[in-house]
Design a protein around this ligand. Structure first.
Ligand code: GDP
Ligand code: IMO
Ligand code: MG
Length: 427
């Protein structure tokens, strides 16, 4: 079976959208398996930029069926905004399918996310305020509403009535917020339901049949390992499993269907939102890297925190995901630095460690252990052969390979679909 996975190895925004899109021509199906419209995946084709939040990044390729899987939390209003924006530009989205098991992200989830974040102080996670956490919380509390519930309007109304009672009480009594009017939500969903019905499918059959028939299926991760609910810097994480393990539960496919697991790693690092970040550059240095790398959130527009490459973080992703390959992105942004530090371990209470500790108090005591690389000055964005890269740039790539014991099979040198050095074909 030919299942390929693309996941983030750091804190998101590594360039997963670009990698999924560039593999598009080899792929029969692209499946989103977790997260929701907290994701912002950028695809650049012939200078034209498209940012996708819920639509799989294979959508620009008409020949690939795009599936929103059961593990996703789906805000249908955002989905159809995206669909309609693409259709205005002449791309019909009739190759989009939605799993009947997908959770619906409701208007009250968005409000709750805003209210919970507004408490501020130590409670603030710096979420995208798109309702992701509250929607997953309802899923696991078993009061979520699923896409299949829309297929039987009576079931939808009944579930909405009982869940809204609980949610309105929480909004009003716990957080002092404005409750929702049942009839208003019903009216909104009546409209969106008509658009959704033709796209709803039993994704378990659809995706597994594709795999059984040797079709190439690409599973597109959102967020990244350090934002994982189990392995990230909890509680400064998202509420799903962006890992390769997340594919199995979020897309409903067997472990043996995953042939290659590609981790996308930015050549430096960025993070949006709160939480520990050992290699962060503060002040002018951070600002300079942010400007150089255009590091502003694709979903919220927030400035991304920037810093040097943290290899214990990437190694953690190699282990947890079972990465077979690394796709290194944005190494072109490092052009012009005289010296490039890379974190190769943490010093903790006088000892060196190379893993990410669970406790944030312990992680807070970790200091980076640096290895400093010499930089290069050449513009590398037009280079397509690995041997043509400056020697110091190659040394940087090869050190990552050596440290992680994982092949850096693709080196991306520009945002464009074609801006890559392919060392080993990924598909
Ligand atoms: P994702 O969330 O992992 O899909 O990543 P984002 O799209 O949020 O952020 C990655 C940003 O880097 C986007 O603006 C991409 O267009 C851009 N990008 C991706 N690869 C490269 C690269 O190799 N070089 C440069 N300069 N930009 C890149
Ligand atoms: P892509 O797929 C970067 C971060 C938020 C916040 C934390 C929790 O584009 O890489 P949430 O809204 O999920 O409850 O927020 O996770 N976050 C991301 N950071 N890229 C993303 O997605 C992210 N999705 C969520 O900033 O710190
Ligand atoms: Mg992003």
């Amino acid at each position: 079976m030919a299942g390929y996975v693309v996941v983030g190895t750091q804190w998101g925004d590594e360039g997963k959208g670009k990698v999924v899109d560039l593999l598009g021509k080899h792929v029969d199906m692209v499946v989103r398996y977790q997260g929701g419209n907290n994701a912002g995946h950028t695809v650049v084709v012939n200078g034209k930029k498209t940012v996708l939040h819920l639509l799989p990044s294979g959508i620009l390729n008409k020949d690939a069926l795009c599936v929103i899987g059961p593990g996703v939390v789906l805000n249908p209003f955002v989905l159809f905004e995206e669909v309609e924006a693409l259709e205005k530009e002449g791309l019909q989205c009739d190759h989009l399918r939605i799993s009947d098991r997908t959770q619906l992200l409701m208007p009250y989830h968005v409000r709750l996310d805003e209210l919970i974040e507004a408490r501020g102080g130590k409670y603030k996670v710096g979420t995208t305020k798109n309702g992701i956490g509250p929607c997953y919380a309802d899923k696991y509390s078993r009061i979520g509403i699923r896409v299949c519930d829309l297929q039987d309007w009576n079931v939808f109304e009944e579930k909405l009535k009982s869940t809204l009672e609980i949610k309105n009480a929480e909004i009003e009594k716990v957080y002092g917020g404005e409750p929702f009017d049942y009839d208003e939500i019903v009216a909104q969903f009546k409209g969106i339901r008509e658009k959704m019905l033709p796209m709803i499918c039993d994704s378990v059959s659809l995706v597994n049949e594709a795999l059984e028939n040797d079709k190439v299926v690409l599973f597109e991760g959102a967020q990244a390992n350090m934002l994982d609910i189990n392995y990230g810097t909890y509680p400064f994480v998202t509420s799903s499993s962006p890992t390769s393990a997340g594919v199995l539960e979020g897309a409903g496919v067997p472990p043996q269907s995953l042939t290659r697991i590609i981790g996308v790693a930015k050549a430096y690092s960025t993070r949006v939102g709160e939480g520990p970040y050992i290699t962060e550059l503060l002040g002018d240095e951070g600002e300079a890297l942010r400007q150089k790398g255009f590091e502003f959130g694709a979903t919220t527009g927030r400035p991304r925190r920037c810093g040097w490459l943290d290899l214990p973080v990437v190694k953690q992703a190699v282990r947890i995901n079972g990465l077979t390959d690394i796709a290194m992105t944005k190494i072109d942004i490092l052009t012009g630095y005289d010296k490039i530090p890379v974190c190769v371990g943490y010093e903790l209470d006088g000892k060196q460690i190379d893993y990410v500790p669970a406790s944030l108090e312990v992680y807070g005591r970790c200091k980076p252990v640096w290895k400093v690389f010499d930089g290069w000055t050449e513009d590398i964005s037009q280079i397509r052969n690995y041997e043509d890269l400056p020697e110091n740039c190659r040394k940087y790539v090869e050190f990552v390979e050596e440290y992680t014991k994982t092949s850096v099979s693709l080196v991306s040198v520009s945002p464009e679909r074609e801006g890559n050095i392919i060392r080993k074909p990924l598909i």
